[in-house]
Design a protein around this ligand. Structure first.
Ligand SMILES: Cc1ncc(COP(=O)(O)O)c(C=O)c1O
Length: 373
């Protein structure tokens, strides 16, 4: 089945009892079992699993081409569950440009388990190979990356990881499986903040891991989620499942709008750089064109004139809202350095733009008036 059809139907069998085509939301925290704990339909307690979550996980596995998936309470919950599957005293290589939350997990939480995170430019395969040691248990990629839209060659990273017996995990939040399928390129785990494009409407926090294989790694992480309790609520599972039905159509529209906006911005005198992998001059364009179906709805712009100029532009926008997060229907902009905590790493003139589904002419008009004089 083709991707667009899978997105509509995966995990979508009619309800067995009623024939309902929209799946029921199972809110039950507990399920009746026999006197010796015999389960009726495989369920016992919500923290371990429930039918609504099963549907979401079937959909996620199917769209990413994996054997199993696990839904989590947030993207961060998914990320730390994967990282904590590494043995004590091991190393993980992480991208030099990545979501702030990963950076904080690496600096504040992984050391508790004596896991060392080393930062590398994932766009340079020779650098990645030389950064590996015999302790490297995982390479963590995020492509395109947040917020500088750096691109990493997933197949190349998989080859480096596997030569050394390490795993490749890939945060696919920006691209989504509608545009890029890391497991088909050799990754072992795909991670998502389903809060973003999967949910698609800025109203449901969630995360996910999709595993290439139904193996010990999957079982270990599933056990960790069960016991540490980073489970998704059934209501959010239902919302994210519903959002996923329109993922391919929304992504096509996000990409189309982003392409026009990147073209407008890249010719504008008030803009120093547009970081968008769809632009031919982007350093990761060739790799992105090879491994992505289209270039996505995320970009960042670096405004000429530094921090103050960037803040002035963000403050003059009328239709485009200043807010964190991404992947919703509405276009959002954010001065990343202002929200990255005590030690911001984003360039001071960088604004991240999550291009939404409005008419692109209205978005360009808003950007034009904000960039004028
Ligand atoms: C690329 C990326 N990965 C992971 C996360 C974390 O996800 P969540 O906010 O759902 O915990 C985010 C959040 O913005 C993100 O942008």
């Amino acid at each position: 089945m083709r991707f667009e059809t899978l997105a509509i139907h995966a995990g979508g069998d009619p309800d067995k009892e009623t024939g309902a085509l929209s799946p029921p939301i199972h809110l039950a925290t507990t399920f009746e079992h026999g006197p010796a704990g015999e389960r009726r339909a495989g369920y016992e307690y919500l923290r371990e699993g429930n039918p609504t979550q099963d549907r979401l996980e079937q959909m996620l596995a199917s769209l990413e081409g994996g054997e199993r998936a696990l839904a989590f309470a947030s993207g961060q919950g998914a990320m730390i569950a994967a990282l904590q599957s590494l043995p004590t005293d091991s190393e993980v290589l992480v991208p030099d440009d990545c979501y702030t939350g990963l950076r904080v997990l690496c600096s504040e939480f992984l050391p508790e388990k004596k896991i060392v995170a080393r930062t590398v430019d994932m766009g340079d395969l020779a650098l990645v190979a030389s950064a590996c040691s015999e302790r490297t248990g995982m390479i963590w990629a995020e492509t395109p990356s947040n917020p500088r839209l750096k691109v990493a060659d997933i197949a190349g990273l998989a080859a480096i990881a596997h030569e050394r017996g390490a795993l490749l995990a890939c945060d696919n939040t920006f691209a989504t499986p509608a545009l890029q399928q890391p497991l088909a390129l050799g990754a072992d785990i795909v991670m998502h903040s389903t809060t973003k494009y999967f949910g698609g409407h800025s109203d449901a926090l969630g995360g996910a891991l999709v595993f290439a294989k139904n193996d010990d790694l999957f079982a270990t992480v599933a056990h960790r989620r069960h016991i540490t309790g980073a489970i998704l609520s059934p209501f959010n599972a239902w919302l994210i499942l519903r959002g996923a039905r329109s993922l391919p159509a929304r992504m096509a529209w996000h990409c189309r709008n982003a392409r026009d906006i990147a073209a407008f911005l890249s010719g504008h005198e008030a803009i120093e750089t547009v970081n968008y992998p769809g632009l031919a001059q982007h350093p990761g364009h060739a790799i992105a064109a090879k491994q992505m179906r289209d270039f996505g709805g995320m970009m960042s712009l670096q405004v000429a004139g530094g921090r103050e100029a960037a803040l002035r532009v963000a403050g003059k926008l009328r239709l485009i809202r200043n807010a964190t997060s991404l992947g919703g229907c509405e276009t959002l902009i954010e001065h990343r350095a202002s929200v990255e905590g005590a030690n911001p790493v984003s360039p001071p003139n960088l604004l991240r733009l999550s291009v939404g589904l409005e008419h692109v002419a209205d978005l360009i008009e808003d950007l034009r008036q904000a960039l004028a004089g």
